[in-house]
Design a protein around this ligand. Structure first.
Ligand code: UFG
Length: 333
């Protein structure tokens, strides 16, 4: 018997990839997405899709009334742009926190008591040390990270009162695309390094900007831990199983534990695409920590997670497979 999973934000980048893995594994999937940043085309044809907003209690109740026997919820439905969260913080409080609050009210009322949450390394802020452990200080340096940390706390307190159990997955730098080539990364505007780099060989951008060359790293550019979206997707399935087995709420980092500089990522993209990629050195982008590398030992040990696409060349190859065939992203943008 397969599980029945409700995926919030299942038309977005990481959500859609997780839905593909769930359906591949034979599970039953119901999606809620308001399509503000998600795409109808990214919705797996075998998933049942409800378009609507988590802040709309009547809508959420109507879905949970119809979809009985939901084993667990996986929650990706949030705004996630660091820069925008600083200029429009209340948008983040409204969508991320109010949406989650309404969803939890409905879950409690319907007796749905397990949730896996799409969290972020941005909950840590400027790291105390590298690699980052789940027990390290959480002091977000932007509203986005603050709202994700508040959502984690909401699950904790609701859990104490109503018996909800949660797993929070703090991702580092999600990237890459599904092997089928049917879904991939498509943000509008795009702010992430790898898709922006690939716009250059795709003829959509003259050059990639390097934000800061004076960081205390081996080549002066920021170091990040790039993790394939399919490996992230697998971690969500393991987290659901962990909760289904009756385990306690917990928090896990998801990364490869290996850092690459911005310049190394650009060099790898040149190898993958076989094309020159012009880079322009610019000043630092506000709020960027120099180095973000995860320790994912806990996820490996407790969840049995084993990232299979850790190689940066392979990750960028999968991203290029998507971007070179979808230079405009999804058609319904
Ligand atoms: N960068 C450039 N040029 C660009 C874009 C990015 O040099 O045009 C650099 C950034 O300065 C950073 C690195 O590339 O050093 C990666 O930047 P991304 O924007 O791709 O990713 P971030 O590390 O800033 O952010 C990611 C997630 C966020 C999350 C954060 C957690 O996208 O959602 O990790 O720290 F909050």
């Amino acid at each position: 018997e397969g599980m029945k999973i409700l995926v919030l934000g299942g038309a977005g980048y990481i959500g859609s990839h997780t839905v593909y893995e769930l359906i591949d594994a034979g599970e039953d999937v119901v999606i809620i997405d308001n399509l503000e940043t998600g795409y109808k085309e990214a919705v797996h044809p075998k998933a049942k899709f409800y378009q609507g907003d988590l802040r709309d209690r009547a809508f959420v109740d109507s879905v949970l009334d119809q979809e009985t026997d939901i084993d667990a919820v996986i929650h990706f439905a949030a705004n996630s742009l660091v820069g925008e969260s600083m200029t429009n913080p209340l948008k983040y409080y409204d969508n991320n926190l109010c949406g989650t609050k309404t969803m939890l009210e409905s879950m409690v009322a319907h007796g749905v008591d397990k949730i896996v949450f799409s969290s972020t390394a941005a909950t840590y802020g400027e790291p105390e040390k590298t690699p980052i452990l789940e027990t390290d200080r959480t002091e977000p340096t932007n509203t986005y990270g603050e709202t994700k940390l508040s959502m984690e706390k909401m699950f904790k307190w609701v859990g104490k009162a109503h018996g909800l159990r949660f797993v929070s997955l703090r991702y580092f730098n999600a990237c890459g695309a599904h092997k089928s080539g049917e879904i991939g990364e498509a943000h509008n505007p795009e702010t992430h390094l790898i898709p922006l780099i690939l716009q250059v060989p795709n003829g959509k951008r003259d050059a990639i900007s390097i934000f800061g060359t004076d960081y205390p790293t081996k080549d002066g550019t920021c170091v990040r831990d790039y993790i394939h979206v399919t490996d992230l997707a697998q971690a969500h399935i393991l987290a659901v199983k962990y909760l289904m087995q009756g385990n306690e709420s917990d928090i896990f980092n998801l990364g490869n534990g290996i850092g690459f500089t911005v310049k190394e990522v650009i060099e790898t993209a040149k190898e993958v695409t076989g094309k020159p990629i012009k880079a322009v050195e610019e000043g630092r982008r506000a709020g960027d920590p120099a180095v973000l590398i995860a320790s994912s030992e806990k996820a490996k040990k407790v969840l049995g997670w084993n990232p299979e696409h850790a190689n940066l060349h392979e990750i960028i190859e999968s991203a290029w497979n998507w971007h070179s065939t979808h230079p405009e992203g999804y058609k319904t943008k």
